[in-house]
Write a protein that binds this ligand. Sequence first.
Ligand SMILES: Cc1cc2nc3c(=O)[nH]c(=O)nc-3n(C[C@H](O)[C@H](O)[C@H](O)COP(=O)(O)OP(=O)(O)OC[C@H]3O[C@@H](n4cnc5c(N)ncnc54)[C@H](O)[C@@H]3O)c2cc1C
Length: 480
Amino acid sequence: MQAVVIGGGVVGSLIARELSRFRIKVVLVEKSEDIGQGVTKANSAILHGGYDDPPGTLRARFCAPGNLMFDKLAEELKFPVKRTGSIVVAKDRNELPKLEELLQNGINNGVKDLRIVGKNELRELEPHISDEFNYALFCGTAGITEPWMVAIASAMNVAANGGEVVTGEEVIGGKINEGRVTEVFLSSGRKIEADLVINAAGLFYEKVASAFNVNVPPVHLRKGEYILLDKKASELVNMIIFPLPTAAGKGKLVVPTVDGGVLLGPTSVELPEFSPEDVSTTDSGLTSVRESGEYLIPGIDNAKWFIKSFAGLRPETVQKDFYIKRAEELANFITVGAMRSPGLTAAPAIAEFVVSMIVPETGIDLVRRDDFVPCLEERVKIKELPAGKVSEMIDENPAYGRIVCQCNEVSEAEIVQAIRDGARTIDGIKFRTRAGFGRCQGGFCSWNIAKILARELKKDLSEVRQNSEGSWIVDGKVRQ
Ligand SMILES: Cc1cc2nc3c(=O)[nH]c(=O)nc-3n(C[C@H](O)[C@H](O)[C@H](O)COP(=O)(O)OP(=O)(O)OC[C@H]3O[C@@H](n4cnc5c(N)ncnc54)[C@H](O)[C@@H]3O)c2cc1C
């Protein structure tokens, strides 16, 4: 039996990994050059507690359990998780009922370690919070991660368990026979036999469904703009800080990142049409993000700390909920779409649910393997090792001593390992090793990374790309 999972974001990769526990060959197909480069790349990276998702929604059902699955998952797949905790801040007694409502909702949703704190404890938790705030809802299970690494590591684990990971190829349709998909067609012309198809195509779940003549709720996009701040800003921030939520969502936050920076944002703006390429930022959006950050943590709006701005797109439906369903039109086609926030947090619980509860509806009886290997080998990060250990490693392999990314101290040996793990572009290296993620955003190291990519992949430099088709680094030689 063979399952085809369409979409190598956090959702598709985790479902593919979950399927790998069973006796079914798994093929994960991603149209980008790399895994985890869709919605999974540009978001707040928060493992939400799960206290604000409305009762009765799939968001409420899967967020808190998904959150609690991350420690084991991180241990197995070797991606970072920091349980920073989070606070939702309120000014005075007039705003307290909103915190109490969130607390009660959280208790109903099964959220652990959730309580309202007063002024003194709030100052202990977050010493630089604005004096305006006197109460907060504290959630101890909230945390942060690197969402793209969750997807990349899951896909690597799929391959390690005998599955196939196809990148740079788009699913364009398939062959249908007696109400079931029997083959999936790729843009290259390749045809893959399929007993089961999972549509986890992120922003494109509706497009993929319609390629198989399946009806799903229409998608619209909601943009979120961010500013990334230098590590120096982290001196002002211990945990994830939310303002009181509004009808538009969770509000604009202050969020520490796992590598020591701070994010401000996101905005929440509905796009008038389906424009999945529109990840532009705007003056008004970034100004509002800065103002909100300053409102929560006075002094954080410091232009010297701004590193970059970026935007992510949320796939939304009018129901404002995830869509997880076997198609009525096709017995073996399952869509897992509309994965707006908290889709990252909920993803591990959703993967388990899809495989244990929805796949049986397709008539497929999955049999558990006894040789599934859940763990990946830890990848070396010399920045995190004691000096003595680094010297030993350099003695063994001098490439550990050649630092390519000065900002995040990433060595040539780590970059070569990332290429062996599947990185094919400069962004592929960046997201796996953090080379190019620091203060200079790759201004100094991209060129050297491009040369290492060309050398290791035996390509000409003109063939090395930043990320997608057309994002070349050099066009040709100006002198022979
Ligand atoms: C601004 C913003 C903030 C957010 N903050 C949080 C947060 O803090 N915490 C949280 O829990 N959630 C958050 N989310 C939600 C979370 O990021 C998403 O739920 C999650 O990343 C969705 O993952 P996915 O795998 O469904 O989509 P994607 O990551 O987009 O993956 C889908 C993949 O399918 C591929 N694909 C599409 N069509 C095809 C095709 N035809 N063939 C092959 N491949 C195809 C795409 O290239 C893409 O890589 C946020 C989202 C946004 C936008």
